[in-house]
Design a protein around this ligand. Structure first.
Ligand SMILES: *Cc1c(COP(=O)(O)O)cnc(C)c1O
Length: 415
């Protein structure tokens, strides 16, 4: 009896279109890279999570091919039945070493890792203290867990109660939440945060978070999806960038962004935590193991990044160039150091439409960028989010900046 549901969905989908919230997909007819083919036309890609330009790297492709030849296509099993190869263990050790942690456990995605990480460790007597702008997968992971929760205003470390400037909701600072969790007599308290927040590219205040964690006896969990491989001077992540390696207890991260871009993720942390996860984490126990091709290529990727900082250095150089040239051109950019560079439209009339129109014009100019509007970002914070890659050549960045300036003048945003 699909009939009623069909009518309902047809209406709801029509509403999404009306509200301009429907998410269409642009079809790419080439491998991922700094230059891609969209509708038969070559364009420069400035919106991928391909931070280190490794998505179609020849060495990683070769490693994936080799792995298929030597370890097969798939394992048709979860890890604990007959889905663990020597290479899974090798990858787990290599990732842990790269991140500076004791051990790791693999998942098919970081979404799964975040869905897995809280529930086995924390129960109704415990507390999770979580940033209001944390990634959807952390929010879902927290929901799956019985722990009491405190949501702190984004990046607000203080012992205060006030309105969150980013969400517009009344809330509290981190220290206030920790105090309350302590007063409620919680057994374990875990602070959960993104290392880098994906909409503004801002970095979690880890030194202050770690200080507060020590003051209140809390654990620190950081999702490093937008930083593993390139943040910090050897690319280990925001804990290296902020010089708090050894003070973060648990890291989750993805292999689907800088670390090759295919798929997969992990939890890294103390060996007891990882051991417990292998026995209790539901997305690990009840979901198929990571495919050999991904395992082989990710091992190759970690080896590459452990032996040279050339790619993260290039990314840093490209990011500085793009950010400074766009700022000089008069665009309103959220300041920072991360390759996520938000070009803000809030100060112009009809900013949502303007951002959409801008992105369409950019595509005509051969530059693929994406506009973000409510509800993905708060109202009035419409933006085009550019993501810089080590795979971009200097000439490609010049072309992107030139196109931004051309379209910006045309739409009367800059002089
Ligand atoms: C992308 C992202 C994820 C999801 O990673 P997948 O491996 O694609 O599931 C989780 N957390 C954060 C912060 C992310 O940016």
């Amino acid at each position: 009896m699909y009939g009623n549901l069909k009518d309902y969905l047809t209406d709801e989908i029509a509403k999404l279109h009306e509200q301009k919230l429907y998410k269409g997909e642009r079809i790419i007819e080439s491998p991922q890279g700094s230059e891609i083919t969209v509708k038969g036309k070559k364009v420069l890609n400035f919106c991928a999570n391909n931070y280190l330009g490794l998505s179609s790297n020849p060495d990683l492709i070769k490693a994936a091919h080799n792995e298929i030849d030597y370890r097969g296509y798939g394992l048709s099993s979860v890890r604990f039945i007959c889905g663990t190869q020597d290479r899974h263990k090798e990858l787990e050790h290599k990732v842990a070493e790269f991140l500076g942690m004791e051990d790791s456990i693999l998942f098919c995605s970081c979404f799964d890792a975040n869905a897995a990480v809280f529930e086995p460790l924390l129960g109704a007597d415990d507390a999770i203290v979580t940033d209001s702008l944390n990634h959807a997968s952390i929010i879902d992971g927290v929901r799956l867990c019985k722990a009491q929760r405190w949501i702190y205003n984004h990046a607000d470390m203080r012992d205060v109660e006030e309105t969150d400037t980013t969400t517009g909701k009344k809330g509290k600072g981190l220290e206030r939440c920790l105090k309350e969790a302590k007063e409620a007599g919680c057994r374990f308290i875990m602070i959960a945060t993104d290392g880098v927040f994906s909409m503004d590219g801002d970095i979690a205040k880890l030194p202050e978070i770690c200080d507060l964690a020590e003051k209140y006896g809390a654990l620190v969990m950081v999702d490093e999806s937008h930083s593993s491989g390139f943040m910090g001077k050897t690319g280990r992540g925001t804990h290296e960038y902020h010089n708090v390696m050894g003070r973060v207890d648990i890291i989750t991260t993805t292999f689907g962004k800088a670390l090759g871009g295919a798929s997969g993720g992990c939890i890294s942390g103390p060996k007891e935590v990882i051991d417990w996860m292998r026995n209790k984490a539901r997305p690990y126990l009840f979901s198929n193991t990571l495919a050999p091709s991904v395992v082989g290529a990710t091992i190759k990727c970690i080896e590459l990044l452990s032996s040279s900082t050339a790619l993260r250095d290039k990314l840093e150089e490209n990011t500085k160039k793009f950010r400074s040239e766009m700022t000089a051109a008069g665009f309103d950019i959220v300041p920072g150091v991360h390759p996520i560079t938000p070009i803000m439209f809030g100060k112009y009339d009809n900013c949502s439409e303007l951002a959409v129109k801008f992105a369409d014009r950019m595509l005509e100019e051969g530059i693929y960028v994406t506009p973000f509007s409510f509800p993905v970002v708060p109202r009035g914070k419409d933006r085009i989010r550019v993501q810089i890659s080590a795979g971009h050549s200097t000439e490609q960045i010049d072309r992107a900046v030139a196109a931004f300036i051309k379209v910006g003048k045309e739409l009367k945003m800059i002089k």
